[in-house]
Design a binder for this molecule. Structure first.
Ligand code: DAH
Length: 364
């Protein structure tokens, strides 16, 4: 056996034994690579005389071709084997049980927001929003509640640390601040509802330091108290999904309205139960009134030309009443079991839901 035949036999047997693509490639490099055995042999051709070169060149090429072909064939076999092994490894066991699909819930507060906004949306109100961190002017002064006014004591305000010489900012105690922000920018007619978080230093089963309100404001030339009553009476009927809900307006005091009132709805209380819409009892549900002329003036609106009404509703309480949730603090506990019980399945929501939504007026 010549030296070349022995080399060919040795390399072909290595190729035959290779059991994966990377060891096959190592063989290729060791034989045909820049410093491979055959490449080195090719380099010796230059120092041969013509007759020798012709003969040796032919033999080297035959050897090279035989090995290259063997490498190609083996490569195909190994690549196929690798794919088959991968397919076998990654096969899906269709007999495994199906995994539960987890579905989130809509928090009852946001469900209630959606419903309330839908109802006012259908009456023609737009949605306005404002910052949670407010200044004294928008939260109090422009709402006819100057510094040292006793009415400020009605709202246990959280003050932020002030820079020297400046008034401290506050976290807003009422969404009423957005009345001012809206009227500063927009001249009448104004017709808005303002959903939003509000903050006061208070904590028990029916009060939390952060709570939710929805404010309403209409300012126009002819707006009067009868409009206020009609609008709110209609709202409670639609919200509680009842044909009739008796309402009663009691005189009250808010610095930013004159006259001011609190609205109660008729209900029956007893045996630990509360039934809305019937019975001899009353339940306070919101504050309201005709916008005080000083509030209009603070926003550059002439009170001799325009008048309006406003109202403020505690959203947490509305949600508790409609969905029979006993303790306000549970709203903020992030307990998934609670949310599963009281929350709403998206796209499977009862009642209204066809008007504005809190996230920008999309229909569901
Ligand atoms: N801002 C009041 C509060 O937080 C609620 C309120 C009462 C808002 C009467 C109004 C209103 O717009 O007219 O207690």
């Amino acid at each position: 056996m010549t030296e070349l035949e022995a080399l060919q036999e040795q390399v072909l047997s290595q190729i035959d034994k290779a059991d994966n693509l990377s060891s096959l490639d190592e063989i290729r490099v060791s034989v045909l690579g820049k410093k491979g055995v055959i490449t080195e042999k090719m380099k010796t051709l230059g120092s041969m005389d013509a007759e020798q070169r012709k003969e040796a060149g032919k033999q080297f090429n035959e050897l090279k071709n035989a090995i290259a072909q063997a490498l190609d064939e083996k490569k195909e076999v190994l690549a196929d084997a690798e794919i088959n092994a991968k397919l076998a490894r990654e096969s899906v066991d269709v007999t495994l049980p199906v995994r539960d699909e987890r579905q989130g819930r809509i928090h009852p507060l946001y469900q209630t927001y959606d419903e309330v906004i839908s109802i006012f949306g259908q009456m023609g109100f737009d949605v306005a929003q404002g910052p949670d961190i407010e200044d004294d002017f928008h939260n109090f002064t422009a709402l006819n509640t100057p510094k040292n006014h006793p009415a400020r004591a009605m709202q246990d305000t959280f003050y932020l640390t002030a820079k020297p010489g400046e008034d401290p900012s506050i976290v807003r105690t009422q969404t009423s601040a957005v009345q001012i922000r809206t009227m500063e920018k927009q001249k009448p007619p104004v017709r808005i509802v303002v959903p939003g978080r509000t903050y006061r230093c208070d904590y028990d089963a029916t009060h939390a330091p952060m709570f939710h309100q929805i404010e309403g404001l209409i300012v126009d030339k002819e707006t009067n108290m009868a409009h206020l009553k009609g609008c709110l009476a209609e709202f409670v009927k639609t919200f509680f999904e009842l044909d009739d809900v008796p309402v009663r307006f009691r005189p009250s005091f808010f610095p930013f309205t004159e006259p001011s009132a609190e609205m109660d709805i008729g209900c029956a209380k007893g045996n630990g139960e509360l039934k809305i819409g019937a019975g001899k009892d009353w339940l306070e549900i919101l504050g309201c009134g005709m916008v005080h002329p000083n509030v209009l003036k603070a926003c550059g609106i002439d009170p001799n030309e325009y008048q309006g009404f406003a109202f403020g509703i505690g959203l947490d309480r509305l949600a508790m009443l409609k969905y029979a949730i006993p303790d306000l603090r549970q709203f903020f506990d992030s307990d998934l079991r609670w949310l599963k019980h009281y929350g709403f399945v998206p796209l499977d929501i009862p009642s209204i839901n066809c008007g504005l939504s809190i996230n920008g007026g999309n229909k569901r």
